[in-house]
Design a binder for this molecule. Structure first.
Ligand SMILES: Nc1ncnc2c1ncn2[C@@H]1O[C@H](COP(=O)(O)OP(=O)(O)O)[C@@H](O)[C@H]1O
Ligand SMILES: [Mg+2]
Length: 281
């Protein structure tokens, strides 16, 4: 659905995106995981046609990124929330919806549905300046969806969001996947990638270091699991690449085992192993 072939973006001396090749499949939630400055927003803005590529090719649903057809196909929720603070949610939605050629009745109907979808119906007539960060993010998502796009580009949609709104956003995103939408989701939070994404690309300094399902990334780059057993005489623990074999060995050698823990590495470890650095907030 979204195809990038050797896409690079240069800002002066800085290579913000380095020969990125990526194929995001129809109906998947694809996560781009990387620290601040990795190039996530730059990639989003090239896909949405807001920035030109320096080199390479990019297509969305087979269309050029700045074409009318691809604009119709895509909804972007920018990292910097783009809503009018002095308007109500409903006026914001009607305004952004009017940029797409929708019939008046259809637009009204979409506004009502989207307010309901993001849980803002009760507050729809209040000025947005009174909203919490989480409510603004939810409105940002509703605006993204107003023309019922097939492809969603969600750029760090949980920044500045309280836990309740965060869960509500996650529910929304999973519901959109069920409706067949293709979703590109950027984040610097491991647990969001783990929870939501079918596949994850790990991005650092403009380069894609690895791309796979979370499970496969952990198998491939996560390193050893940690096994620990509390026996009658103390704790036996070790790092292991063959936990089942080691577990059997421990069980055969020790009696009176009180506790057993097998811990697989997490995505955090994958990033550390690939970059030599921690990915922290
Ligand atoms: N318009 C711009 N002009 C110059 N440098 C930019 C511009 N936009 C982004 N950058 C730089 O490109 C790099 C990638 O930025 P960005 O795509 O915003 O990363 P992320 O979204 O992963 O935090 C950063 O070093 C950033 O400072
Ligand atoms: Mg960004």
């Amino acid at each position: 659905m979204i195809r990038l072939d050797a896409v690079s973006k240069r800002f002066g001396d800085l290579l913000a995106v380095n020969a990125l090749t990526l194929n995001i499949r129809e109906g998947e939630i694809f996560g781009l995981l990387g620290p601040n400055g990795a190039g996530k927003s730059t990639i989003i803005s090239m896909i949405s046609g807001q920035q030109q590529l320096t080199s390479g090719t990019l297509q969305v649903g087979g269309f050029q990124p700045d074409s009318k057809a691809s604009k119709r196909l895509i909804g972007v929720a920018p990292q910097a929330i783009a809503v009018y603070e002095d308007l109500s949610a409903i006026d914001n939605l009607e305004f952004f919806g009017s940029l797409y050629s929708m019939r008046r009745a259809e637009l009204k109907q979409r506004c009502t549905e989207m307010l309901e979808f993001v849980g803002l119906t009760d507050r729809a007539r209040e000025r947005v300046e009174k909203y919490s960060g989480g409510m603004k993010r939810r409105l940002n998502l509703a605006i993204t969806l107003i023309h019922d796009p097939q492809v969603l580009l969600l750029d760090e949609p949980t920044v500045g969001v309280d836990p309740q709104s965060r869960n509500s956003l996650f529910d929304n995103i999973l519901a959109l996947k069920k409706r067949g939408k293709t979703i590109l989701y950027t984040t610097h939070h491991m647990e969001e990638a783990e929870r939501l994404c079918d596949r994850v690309g790990i991005l650092d300094q403009g380069s894609l270091l690895a791309l796979d399902t979370v499970e496969n990334l952990i198998d491939e780059h996560g390193g050893a699991s940690h096994l620990s057993a509390t026996t009658a005489t103390g704790v036996v623990d070790r790092d292991t690449h063959q936990p089942v074999v080691d577990l059997q060995e421990i069980l055969s050698k020790h009696t009176g085992i009180r506790d057993l823990k097998l811990q697989r590495p997490e995505l955090e470890k994958v990033f550390l192993n690939l970059t030599g650095r921690q990915l922290r907030d």
